[in-house]
Design a binder for this molecule. Structure first.
Ligand code: SF4
Length: 207
């Protein structure tokens, strides 16, 4: 990923932990765990589908996305196009897990919606996430609050790509247990290291 362009799929890494985002997309560190491996298999199945038309809706799979305004690129699992007047666009993302309290997944479909709006000169008001583990489709309102959260994350992720600075470990220690980069990151070592405070000051620009 160039410093100028952010992959939409990377946004969930930033939302989960800014350090994880930097380790993967700045330091090029990556490690699969069971969760990421299952997610890859699911997306391979989804991406292999072809476009189809059912009644008044067209289903396009593996749609390439781009936004010059937000410097985003990516690929969406499914775009439902309701052939009404005006035409309605409805992004759908497939996830291996279950619905989350946090906005990680919702930010991803919001970023997809921002791209669709720019590419097709339209307004996207709703999207959906289909969760494989619970076999459930969750509707997501692309409202002002979600747009604000998503744009803030996009800007913060771009700032990391531009500076190349890797943030300190997240304060949300429980997330580390589910993180595929736990061994590479060594968050406990970093937290115990007194120099970490100094680095944090540098990163956050504190005095
Ligand atoms: S181990 Fe914890 S601090 Fe390190 S990248 Fe993963 S979530 Fe972030």
């Amino acid at each position: 990923m160039s410093a100028d362009t952010l992959m939409i799929s990377a946004l969930q890494h930033y939302a989960f932990c800014p350090r994880q985002f930097a380790l993967i997309h700045v330091e090029q560190a990556w490690a699969d765990n069971r969760f990421t491996a299952e997610g890859n298999i699911l997306h391979e199945r989804v991406d292999s589908g072809v476009a189809e038309q059912r009644r008044g809706t067209r289903y396009e799979r593996g749609v390439m996305l781009k936004s010059e305004r937000f410097r985003l690129t990516g690929k969406m699992d499914l775009l439902e196009i309701e052939q009404s007047e005006p035409v309605k666009y409805f992004p759908v993302e497939y996830k291996r897990g279950k619905p989350k309290v946090d906005d990680w997944d919702r930010m991803q479909v919001c970023a997809q919606a921002l791209c669709i709006e720019e590419m097709r000169d339209t307004e996207v008001t709703e999207a959906a996430i289909w969760y494989w583990e619970v076999r459930r489709r969750e509707t997501v309102a692309i409202d002002t609050a979600l747009r604000t959260t998503t744009v803030a994350a996009i800007e913060a992720a771009h700032a990391i790509l531009t500076t190349g600075n890797t943030p300190p470990p997240t304060d949300k220690v429980k997330r580390c247990r589910a993180c595929s980069l736990l061994d590479l990151c060594e968050p406990d070592t970093f937290r115990q290291d007194h120099s970490a405070h100094y680095v944090r000051q540098l990163f956050e620009g504190e005095k």
